[in-house]
Design a protein around this ligand. Structure first.
Ligand code: ZN
Length: 287
């Protein structure tokens, strides 16, 4: 784990550097002026998460960085009207990376400006060596394990969908079980004036209500996991742990939360049954 307080870009992302000139910030990326600008308008675009190597970025961060670069380039072009623009990313000391937090330089260019960028003349490899290099890169592309292929993702989504379907079936069947129980107990309580059976019916409504609200809570957690996997976020392939989709540190327990209880699938069904049971109980007690 990297000490993020030691990383100047993490400090800027966290809003801890009051001298930083922030261009803009989203959920995933931040754009700001570097301390020493190479040219007028020189801007850095970084992922908010501390990642030192370009290849450690996840697919969502990659997409958001691409969008942010495009957006900043448009803004720089319309605000400063440069003659040209360089996008520069350096990973590793050999590539002149100095701050170990992935960053893209957007460098507006004017003819004759003070920026120096020199491409060597001639090719690095001859034609035969190039073919070997090409084959090596292409075979690595197909063996890349860190990127989940579309087929695996579809299968992963199908597994999650199956769980969501099962949760909603369980919710329907808990309602289907409860209705005859309530009809029988409440009916018996009224005709035989039995407060005990009325309480039994009430207990059944409570138990089934909590069960159903919990099914709903699990269903929601798995829907969130589904969305995260579909969006290409870094969920391990074929993981069915919905906690991975919630913010770090939060855990999915088995007690329904208030939003689950008051949801349309729970409160309007169990609420009236609960009130009816209490009404019958009160009537039996005070008539
Ligand atoms: Zn950092």
């Amino acid at each position: 784990m990297v000490d993020q307080s030691a990383c100047p870009f993490c400090v800027i992302v966290a809003g801890g550097d009051s001298s930083a000139r922030l261009v803009y910030r989203t959920q995933e990326v931040t754009a700001f002026f570097p301390l020493e600008q190479a040219t007028r308008g020189h801007t850095l675009v970084v992922p908010n998460r501390h990642v030192s190597d370009l290849t450690d970025l996840n697919a969502v961060e990659g997409r958001d960085l691409g969008e942010a670069l495009l957006r900043a380039a448009h803004a720089i072009r319309s605000a400063l009207a440069p003659d040209g623009l360089n996008v520069i990313q350096s990973t590793g000391a050999a590539a002149t990376q100095t701050v170990p937090h992935v960053h893209f330089h957007l460098v507006p260019r004017w003819s004759g400006d003070r920026m120096v960028l020199r491409w060597p003349a001639g090719a690095a490899e001859d034609g035969q060596a190039q073919s070997q290099t090409l084959a090596a890169i292409q075979s690595a592309l197909f063996n890349e394990v860190s990127v989940v292929g579309p087929e695996d993702r579809r299968q992963h989504l199908a597994f999650i969908q199956a769980i969501i379907t099962r949760m909603s079936q369980a919710s329907s069947s808990s309602k289907a079980w409860l209705l005859p129980i309530v009809t029988a107990t409440y009916g018996y309580a009224i005709t035989k004036s039995s407060i005990f059976v009325a309480l039994l019916g009430l207990l059944a409504v409570l138990v089934f209500g909590v069960l159903d609200a919990n099914y709903l809570k699990q269903e929601r957690a798995f829907r969130k996991l589904y969305d995260e996997v579909a969006a290409g976020r870094s969920i391990p392939a074929f993981s069915l742990n919905p906690a991975l989709a919630s913010p770090a540190g939060s855990r999915v327990n088995y007690w329904p939360d208030w939003p689950d209880i008051r949801s349309w699938a729970v409160a309007p069904v169990y609420g009236p049954l609960l009130l009816a049971g209490m009404g019958i109980g009160a009537w039996l007690l005070y008539r």
